[in-house]
Design a protein around this ligand. Sequence first.
Ligand SMILES: C[S@@+](CC[C@H](N)C(=O)[O-])C[C@H]1O[C@@H](n2cnc3c(N)ncnc32)[C@H](O)[C@@H]1O
Length: 528
Amino acid sequence: MGKFKISSWLNRSPSPMSDEDGKKQNRSSFSGLSSSLTSKPKEPQSNTTGIHTPPSDEPERQPSTSRMIALAQKIAKETEKLETYMKDNNLPMPSFDVDAPADFPKLPAEISRSRQEIIFATRELGLLAHGPRESLRWGVWEFSAKLFPPAETITLSELQSKTSLDPINLARILRLAMTKGIFREPVPGIIAHTAASRVLAEDSDLHAWVAFNGEDIFPAAAHVLEALKTHPEATSLTRAGFQFAFGTVDKEPMFVTFGKDPARARRMGKAMVSLTGGEGYEISYLLDVEGGGYDFSEIDAKGGTFVDVGGSHGFVDVDLAKKYRNMKFVVQDTAKTVESAPKPICEDEQVAGRIELMPHDFFQEQPTKDADVYFFRWIMHNYSTPYAVKLLKNLIPALKPGARVIINDHCLLEPGQENPWDETVMRRMDLVMLALLNAQERTEAEFRDLFKAASDGFVFKGVTRPKGCRMSIIEAVWRPDLVDYGASATPADADAAAGATGATTAADVEASTTNALEELELEDQEAK
Ligand SMILES: C[S@@+](CC[C@H](N)C(=O)[O-])C[C@H]1O[C@@H](n2cnc3c(N)ncnc32)[C@H](O)[C@@H]1O
């Protein structure tokens, strides 16, 4: 097939429509979006590099507040027109109900135009309301945002010379991105940054998040169905979509694959920084007692010990130690992670002096005995139930009565109970965990079951969530003295009795997950 010249393509008129109404409708429908996401064509000033500086008299952008209000008003006005027409003509209203019509009926041109305006104005308002970083984080696309400076423009052909893509395919990708407000084309063939593409160029952690999604998560997600069809139980770390995508089924978990490829591991690390640094995930939520954070003052008063299991470089502990001046902290992570932690961990000696970094594999028995708190942040959601139960069981030999186990993770509400954006983010994360690790986000009942499966000695205290935070605080207390085994002589007997009533028990979990536990043993051997 012969290639057509990009210039001819650029100069093509928009999609042809035969009747006059159609033409009007087409132009009018796109007007809202184009006026904000692109600016009026202006001749750029070129320099010898082919990179163009936008003309100084580029039209002033409207401040986003007035644009947002204008869009909201347009949405209200056009929605009213559409609804009035539907009501007057006794047509069914659009809804999410299962029996709602799948398509709109044929509408007169004017009403059809209103519908298009609603669609595009809503999309644009959504992009503005999310802001560039959030839109990008969750609407990931692969771009070449770093290839030219934010204040400048570049010709499509110059941009092409900086990538391995041919001009046609580069233009195709860019123009799709432009529909999401990423890059714009002020004059045909000249590409300029938008707020979103600038953030991509300037925020290397966000860039890593986008690349991690494009190159690791998307291939894994594309193989989830294959993984689920082959292994419906979806508990094994070596049988997730990730392994089917990268040819490592029954060979190694994702973290082992990444361990062999430092650049890929670094990229994931940066992606996690971007994700967990985002709005709704700040550590300040945990610290802000008035706002629903956790109050450690009782433990602080007695100089108690806080163990951060899988605590990375201990940044949570540094923040806690700054607030609570008597508590001691033990940060446990893999030997490699512990070695790479900043030294000193904090400039404030009073803080640094109370934080110990300790290499520890959390699939082994907990070595720090009699601590007051064992804390798991962003850990449990990385594991399917058999693994998560094992993590809790590994604590038991170290626990003193009254010891608190605190999990800091998403906690899923019933469908529709969350605000729609947070629900989307959490449920996406749930499926990302499935694709990469056969892991999951959990509901309160599922957290309760985890503790119950680990031991009846855990008394589940419940779930709290700081206002505005996406992460919840899930707590249980170790009270083996309160366990009532009834007529049964031992916890195992009690488990058996509970099984007879249909309750989930540790024995049930273990029996149904032999493969996952065998895998754990395999990893133990590999670690040794
Ligand atoms: C998602 S990160 C969470 C880090 C930290 N808790 C936070 O809140 O950001 C998971 C952490 O678990 C650590 N990890 C993974 N496998 C581990 C193991 N077997 N034993 C101890 N730590 C492990 C990783 O090195 C990483 O620091």
